[in-house]
Design a protein around this ligand. Structure first.
Ligand SMILES: [Zn+2]
Length: 177
């Protein structure tokens, strides 16, 4: 993963209490995560950070669209998403792993919190299991040409067609038309 410096919140200098942060997400964000299900999108992230003595409470609001590919016709379409999620960050002496998914442990020596990984997880988890053009509304329809091509490929008839084209007798017949 490439470092996404702009997503690092230096919290040590912050006063106790609530602070607001905003981030914009585009293709370059997803490029940093090699195995991301989502490769492109246009999103806004609002983070409310509540700094307390022993922990940070983060409230994420992520909204916008992510680019997905239709499972049926492979066309790319924009899926709107709107996520609100709370994340707690506790300080620890060592790099302890937390048992609770809602709690992240952060070493006391750290002075900044990189929220890019949290945002990445939240977006990828929100991707629907099945994706089709239709789910974004009646205005978008699957590409009928592509569906026909894919069906041909699946039945193997596309291969037969090619064989026919390569056959010199077939070419001769075509000339007669
Ligand atoms: Zn489609």
């Amino acid at each position: 993963m490439k470092a996404l410096k702009q997503f690092s919140i230096p919290f040590t200098g912050l006063k106790l209490g609530k602070h607001q942060f905003e981030f914009d997400i585009d293709k370059s964000f997803f490029d940093a995560f090699e195995y991301s299900l989502v490769k492109n999108g246009a999103l806004k992230v609002e983070v409310e950070l509540d700094k307390q003595e022993t922990m940070l409470i983060l409230n994420f609001h992520i909204f916008g669209t992510i680019q997905l590919n239709c499972d049926k016709c492979l066309a790319e379409f924009a899926q709107p998403i709107d996520i609100t999620e709370r994340q707690i960050v506790k300080f620890a002496e060592d790099d302890l792993e937390s048992d609770d998914l809602e709690i992240i442990m952060l070493n006391k020596k750290e002075s900044a919190l990189d929220v890019s990984e949290i945002i990445y997880e939240l977006i990828n988890v929100s991707v629907p299991y099945i994706n089709t053009c239709q789910q974004v509304g009646q205005t978008v329809k699957c590409d009928p040409e592509m569906i026909a091509k894919l069906e041909k490929l699946a039945s193997g008839s596309a291969e037969q067609e090619e064989e026919q084209n390569d056959d010199p007798r077939w070419a001769a017949l075509k000339k007669l038309k």
